[in-house]
Design a protein around this ligand. Structure first.
Ligand code: BV8
Ligand code: ZN
Length: 287
């Protein structure tokens, strides 16, 4: 029977918890064992050990631009060539990257316990590394680098062509003094559906865009029904994803954060496991 701890006492106890307290690992493993419904929410931090730069920190820049300034519909409207060069670069980096021990620990945990428990992996990442690690019940909140959407007929297709079109061949160098290619729109990727030929865009949710309703609803269902929730490698700054963990904690779910540093959400969580998640996740998931 779980004793409800008043918030303030829980805050004090949360700070006392850390990976170095092996009691926590044992306790959290017990919580996982007893859980019927487990949700994972990952951010860019889980892929950083696969060599994919995170949004914030040093990696958040490409050429002279911050990643977030290019991940907007306005940037695409204004300069589709530049935005396609940016996403071509990210497709190249993600295609060359391998899932790391963090992705694999989650996929193996699902494979082992997915029959007896409901296990959902919700990711903010667009790099496809969870899928490539073998995760099955996956919700890609913000879409995928390897899907395109037609700006005219809305057709969504998986596309792993590298380069995605001739004009983008070798046009992705990230250096800050690289001259942008200024590719004419007609040479950018276009829809191959009959009588369409609309300009393609990455099937990715940009800042200022709404998440696809069915995708959001699947994530919301998982995060509002789970007994235990693991929040992994995210700065918990971008909504609506950032709201899921604190909402789960507020309704009494056990929430464990895996990050190399504390975040604005840490204090509302039950556990904080500090350190690279390719180390901390296998420690708690591999039984
Ligand atoms: C929305 C895809 C409704 C793109 C992403 C003005 C107008 C419109 C909306 C807004 C507005 N102002 C605010 C908003 C809402 C906005 C938002 O929240 N903005 C923030 C900046 C305040 N949200 C939206 O726009 C969302 N849509 O609200 O729709 C709406 C619609 C219209 C009008 C009004 C409302 C859509 C957001 C989705 C944007 N797309 N990604 C692409 O990838 O190209 S977001 C992108 O950044 C990521 O996907 C992720 O979601 C987000 C945060 O990144 P993180 O994953 O957390 O990565 P980050 O680098 O920040 O942190 C890494 C963490 O890992 C760090 O904590 C680090 O310590 C840790 N770490 C590093 N290494 C490790 C590690 N941890 C463990 N181990 C390690 N080894
Ligand atoms: Zn089309």
């Amino acid at each position: 029977m779980r004793v409800h701890i008043p918030k303030n006492k829980r805050v004090v106890q949360t700070y006392a918890k850390s990976l170095h307290n092996s009691v926590d690992i044992a306790k959290f493993k017990e919580d996982l064992k007893a859980a019927k419904n487990i949700a994972f929410l990952s951010g860019a931090g889980i892929s950083s050990e696969s060599g994919i730069p995170t949004f914030r920190g040093r990696g958040g820049y490409w050429r002279r631009y911050s990643a977030a300034s290019l991940a907007t519909p306005e940037a695409f409207k204004e300069n589709p060539s530049l935005v396609w060069e940016f996403y071509h670069h990210r497709r190249e980096v993600a295609a060359k990257a391998q899932p790391n021990k963090g992705h694999i620990a989650i996929a193996q945990y699902e494979a082992k316990h997915g029959k007896a428990k409901i296990i959902t992996v919700v990711t903010q990442n667009v790099d496809s590394l969870h899928a490539r690690a073998g995760t099955k019940n996956l919700v890609e909140l913000h879409g995928s680098l390897f899907k395109t959407r037609c700006t005219k007929c809305n057709d969504v297709l998986v596309n792993t062509d590298n380069p995605i079109c001739e004009a983008l061949a070798n046009k992705w160098a990230p250096g800050k003094d690289v001259v942008d290619s200024d590719i004419p729109v007609k040479s950018l990727p276009h829809c191959k559906k009959a009588n369409c030929n609309g300009l393609l865009r990455p099937h990715i949710v940009w800042f200022g865009e709404s998440l696809e309703t069915p995708v959001f609803e699947r994530a919301d269902e998982a995060m509002s029904k789970c007994d235990v929730c693991l929040i992994i490698g995210t700065s918990s700054l971008v909504y609506p994803a950032a709201g899921f963990g604190p909402l789960a904690a507020a309704r009494g779910a056990i929430v464990a954060e895996f990050n190399i540093e504390k975040t604005p959400a840490t204090r509302s969580f039950t556990y904080y496991f500090g350190g690279p998640c390719a180390v901390t996740l296998p420690r708690v998931l591999n039984d």
